[in-house]
Design a protein around this ligand. Sequence first.
Ligand code: AP5
Length: 211
Amino acid sequence: MKLVLIGCPGAGKGTQAKILSKHFGLAHISTGDLLREQVKSETPLDLKLKSIMESGGFVSDDIVSELLSQRIKADDCKNGYILDGYPRNVSQAEGLSAIVGELDRVVDIEVADELIIERMSGRRSCGGCGAMYHVKYNPPKAEGICDSCGGKLITRSDDVPETVKHRLDVYHSQTAPVIDYYNKKGIVLKIDGSKPIDEVSKELTELLEKL
Ligand code: AP5
């Protein structure tokens, strides 16, 4: 199965992708995670990318598409994958068909902008294994410590309210048209992402099991 999860920053793409990936045995590919891993080398190009990401803008299509093309060749993608954060504009969507052919479904996780600032300011992620938490909606057992690996929980530098507002603007102008692009192909599933995490995943799993 080849799935794409689309939704504004904080809609829950990463959270749901992790759950679905375990349930269906699919690889979870987050272009945000691939880029955060890439910029750790701190070459001059990496530093440029890091500053674009911290400002909430998009990294160039060429760079992200190359990272994606390489990742998709890995063995764990043979049974299918879930793309989280790609495509993010119509040009990436057009390029994606050339790389992977037809998709099975595009899941549009809908959440109103008003809910997003609170979600983002409460997000914590594990610097070790990447597990995701929220101080209110999905707290770890011990504050600041990952339940899975005991790693330290961190706050992402692009989760400050001003940057989140900019990321929402960029989402509405550049990513929302991708949903229309896939609507014309008749493969979009819409999900209310404002419900609690387990309700969203239950609904989504049931819909995808019917495919
Ligand atoms: P990326 O990492 O992809 O960021 P994003 O798309 O802005 O999405 P987020 O990861 O912030 O949110 P999410 O929807 O995954 O929500 P999550 O599950 O974490 O990209 C970062 C940057 O990289 C971009 O800004 C750009 O610069 C660059 N980039 C990446 N891809 C690119 C591309 N294709 N082209 C160009 N540039 C690219 O949930 C958020 C919080 O809410 C968590 O704390 C979670 O626990 C909580 N939560 C989740 N669901 C619920 C729920 N139902 N109820 C209550 N709380 C919930």
